[in-house]
Design a protein around this ligand. Structure first.
Ligand code: PEP
Ligand code: MG
Length: 897
């Protein structure tokens, strides 16, 4: 016979904490606490297997269930000495849902089940408190009517208001037993009117009604949506826990409360929570009465400290703190506990690992190592890497009011407020005058770089997680909300409209790049605090991780930030970003638009100076750490002049006519630039461009050596290679230029030549490409774009729908498509290693900063991941978790419930 029902109570239990899959989180923890000898009212849990069987069998319960429930009810009766439905001494129970992972959106709780017109009298006589009995009954009808029978709760509230008004009462507590009796009659009439049948008086019918409601709530739209959004398997099912009631509302020696064993917002090792005297659970949540603090310490000098539980109910509080300590020691994690005090006796109704802020998670983890509860490795697994973001950027003050006007993609974290501007020039002008500005564009282009630099935050109406705005903003550590599709930007009239709101130049808005929200006006923020615990935990993480963490950086500022955050080198220096400065772009345009190689060389000679200077600075900042420099990659059109003014500037510098330049620009125009003259194709077609860059790299390395004696080993990286021959040709020129510079400087300089793997063909032909490459760096932005045939700039338009339709589990540009793109990476790694056993492998697409993708990189055995500076600490922690995790397919779920 299958066991469908698991009992607990009286210091023993059929189940245990490790049975949450079968008993749900609540049921498993109640069983565990009962076995630990904690004061848990007796009860039983109907397993999640019943839920699964119920749905598999056209909503029929398994045959043996009814008998097992009857036996379990009898066991509760024996334990507490009451009888279910008994006129004199009735047993009352609570019925609660409990899935293996906590899931809001489902039926939560029905209290006081077992009351009817007869048992209410018994309860009144037994408790010697008719008011309490009738109050319990009316609460039960309201809760049961609402969550089980589906009667709108407003109808009950109207009744309550009517009675209070007719009596001139303000508070519920003013109602007398007779008032409540009248209210019960009113509530029952509401039910009968709404449903056409009377409120159920048979207590067993009540019980099965509540059990059915819990199982029914598993499939409500809200629950289904929640599961989809949180990756929860629908086959898991929910359990139902039925438990003897204890009462926090039987007098002033009774109370109910919610408590954390530590402070969930700061992590401070001090009890934290609230309680209410003479109240039932829902009163704390409903906010009808103001709960009081648990401890004097918590009140922090506030007069409410005088009403703290530790002073008012010292005996129950002493019991409670003993339970706190026992539970923490047992679960080795901060607990979130629900309790009730009935006539000065403490009962524990629930415990679970408490949710906490990133700051608290760090502090609790580090403290628990110091207290000997956890090992450093366990502490490393307790903190969600992504949550570190909260600590690295200013964040919105959680208590501040806000009016959200738009939503887009959370492209780059940080919370900032500033005056709205609509052009890069305006951004620069206002910023130079000391104003905080937010740059708003339909989408950004390389032309906007100076404005993005000047702005505190960037908002775009178009573009995805790897759009220009997103990538550049992350690199700069600026807040960015990208692809806010409802925002309509009128750049000419300097305004944007969204949801009926018009925001004009100079108006203040707030962006939260961590959540992708745009708010009207200024919302206060709080500064990041890299406390001691942060450093401690990161040091533990560094000790256990195998993957190295580099950064994607091209500006000195980014490189410095990344080093401060612990980067171990540069994995990607996108040299094209070094040309966007105003004084350089003209020379760059001159080079591109030159009529012939001679013209190109003249312009390149001017750029060479700048490039060399850039590299010298980067090499010095990175002080001997590896630096991977990628040769020019972007489609040429990104550099082309757009306006007549820009065209004239190039004409003036080059001596060519504006007309000729315009013609040349037209020639270079591409229908599909992402698949056109970009990457190494540029280097093949215009070799002098790469020659110049390579010379700048070697000359810079040589200059750094001359200045400081430091040896730099540049890693020269060729982008978008698809054919071994491309790399072979380019490498031959790199080697030749190296020889030239070595001759000129009289010094051999160490260097590596490698390639990015960004094309599916490159991944498949990795064996022959590896003959010319000392390293591969997976450019997973392009590899995703090319493998999925999905534009990284345009996919935002249907990304949401594709995720909702379960086609994409997540945005493949943010989190690696492990089955598809991941397989290409595995193939490339294997074939590359077959040719060259010691080939260095890394990743430098956006995925290098995503914990789930990092976990995959660990399984492929890459040497390093490279990510934007602000992601470096996240990657360090994620790499450590990946190294510690034994399961190869799933990242560690930090702070699992
Ligand atoms: C990539 O394609 O993953 C990459 C890092 O290069 P970029 O984003 O500059 O195209
Ligand atoms: Mg690329």
């Amino acid at each position: 016979m299958t066991k469908w029902v698991y009992r607990f109570g009286g210091g023993k239990a059929d189940g245990s904490a490790d049975m949450r899959r079968l008993l749900g989180g609540k049921g498993a923890n109640l069983a565990e606490m009962s076995s630990l000898g904690l004061p848990v009212p007796p009860g039983f849990t109907i397993t999640t297997a019943v839920c699964t069987a119920y749905y598999a069998n056209a909503k029929q319960y398994p045959d043996e269930l009814a008998a097992q429930v009857d036996e379990a009810v009898a066991a509760i009766e024996a334990e507490v000495g009451n009888t279910f439905g008994d006129a004199d001494n009735p047993l009352l129970v609570s019925v609660r849902s409990g899935a293996p992972v906590s899931m809001p959106g489902m039926m939560d709780t029905v209290l006081n089940l077992g009351l009817n017109d007869i048992t209410v009298e018994g309860l009144a006589a037994r408790s010697n408190d008719p008011r309490f009995a009738w109050d319990s009954y009316r609460r039960f009808i309201q809760m049961y009517g609402d969550v089980v029978l589906g009667v709108d709760h407003y109808l009950f509230e109207d009744q309550l208001e009517d009675v209070k008004q007719s009596k001139g009462f303000i508070q519920d507590t003013d109602l007398t037993a007779d008032d409540l009796k009248q209210l019960v009659a009113g509530y029952k009439a509401v039910v009968e009117k709404e449903l056409g049948t009377p409120f159920p008086q048979d207590v067993r019918e009540q019980l099965w009604g509540a059990i059915g409601a819990v199982f029914g709530s598993w499939m409500t739209e809200r629950a289904v949506t929640y599961r989809r959004l949180h990756d929860i398997d629908a086959r898991m099912g929910t359990a139902v826990t039925v438990q003897a009631m204890v009462f926090g509302n039987m007098g002033t020696d009774c109370a109910t409360g919610v408590a954390f064993t530590r402070n969930p917002s700061t992590g401070e090792h001090a009890y934290y929570g609230e309680y209410l005297i003479n109240a039932q659970g829902e009163d704390v949540v409903a906010g009808i009465r103001t709960p009081q603090p648990l401890t004097v310490h918590m009140a922090n000098g506030d007069p409410s400290g005088e009403r703290a539980m530790e002073l008012v109910m010292p005996k129950a509080f002493a019991e409670l703190s003993a339970v706190f300590d026992k539970l923490e020691l047992h679960y080795r994690d901060m607990q979130d506990i629900e309790f009730t005090v009935q006539q000065d006796k403490l009962y524990i109704l629930q415990t679970r690992n408490g949710k906490r802020t990133a700051r608290a998670a760090l502090k609790v983890a580090v403290d628990m190592v110091e207290e000997g509860l956890l090992s450093p490795e366990e502490a490393v697994l307790r903190v969600d890497p992504i949550s570190l973001d909260q600590l690295l950027h200013p964040s919105l003050d959680p208590d501040a009011e806000r009016k959200v006007i738009a939503k887009g993609l959370p492209a780059s974290p940080g919370a900032v407020s500033g005056a709205v501007v609509f052009s890069a020039d305006d951004a620069q002008k206002r910023a130079q005058a000391g104003e905080a500005v937010i740059l708003v564009r339909t989408e950004t282009s390389p032309e906007d770089i100076h404005g993005m630099h000047a702005a505190l935050g960037i908002l775009t109406a178009r573009g995805g997680m790897t759009s220009h705005a997103a990538v550049v903003a992350r690199g700069m550590g600026k807040a960015c909300v990208a692809g806010a599709g409802d925002v309509s930007v009128d750049e000419a009239r300097k305004r944007f409209t969204v949801a009926g709101v018009t925001v004009k130049e100079g108006d203040i808005v707030t962006l939260d790049g961590g959540t992708g929200t745009v708010m009207e006006g200024r919302v206060p923020t709080v500064e990041p605090e890299l406390s001691g615990e942060f450093g401690t935990l990161m040091a533990w993480a560094d000790k256990v991780r195998r993957l190295k963490v580099r950064t994607n950086a091209e500006t000195p500022e980014d490189a410095r930030t990344a080093v401060r955050f612990g980067a171990e080198g540069i994995g990607l220096c996108r040299t094209e970003h070094m040309f966007f400065d105003e004084d350089r772009i003209v020379a760059m345009r001159e080079m591109i638009l030159a009529a012939d190689a001679e013209g190109r060389k003249a312009a390149l000679a001017r750029i060479l100076e700048h490039q060399r200077g850039d590299f010298v600075e980067l090499f010095e900042i990175m002080a001997g750490l590896p630096v991977t420099i990628r040769l020019l990659d972007p489609p040429l059109h990104e550099f082309l002049p757009h306006t007549t003014k820009e065209l004239e500037a190039v004409a003036a510098a080059s001596g060519l006519s504006a007309k000729a330049l315009k013609r040349r620009a037209m020639e270079l125009h591409e229908v599909n630039p992402m698949l056109g003259m970009r990457g190494c194709r540029l280097g093949v077609v215009f070799p002098e461009v790469y020659d110049m860059q390579v010379r700048a790299i070697f000359e810079a390395a040589s200059e750094v050596f001359a200045r400081s004696g430091a040896t730099v080993t540049p890693e020269i990286m060729v982008p978008l290679v698809g054919f071994a021959r491309e790399l072979e040709m380019i490498k031959a020129r790199i080697d030749a230029i190296h020889s030239e510079v070595a001759k000129e400087t009289g010094r051999e300089l160490p260097y590596l030549v490698g390639t990015m793997i960004e094309l599916p063909r490159a991944a498949l032909r990795a064996a022959e490409i590896a003959e010319h490459a000392a390293f591969f760096s997976f450019g997973t932005n392009d590899l995703t774009q090319m493998a999925l045939g999905l534009s990284r700039d345009d996919s935002g338009k249907f990304m949401d729908l594709y995720q909702r339709a379960n086609i994409f589990e997540r945005d493949p540009f943010a989190s690696l498509d492990i089955e598809g793109v991941g397989e290409l990476m595995s193939i490339a790694a294997e074939r590359g290693r077959a040719t060259r056993g010691d080939i260095k492998l890394g990743v430098c697409g956006e995925h290098g900063g995503d914990p789930r993708s990092i976990h995959f990189c660990e399984t492929v055995g890459l040497e390093y991941v490279s990510c934007s500076p602000y992601r470096v600490p996240i990657a360090r922690l994620a790499a450590a978790q990946a190294a510690l995790s034994t399961d190869s397919s799933e990242p560690t779920r930090a702070a699992a419930e």
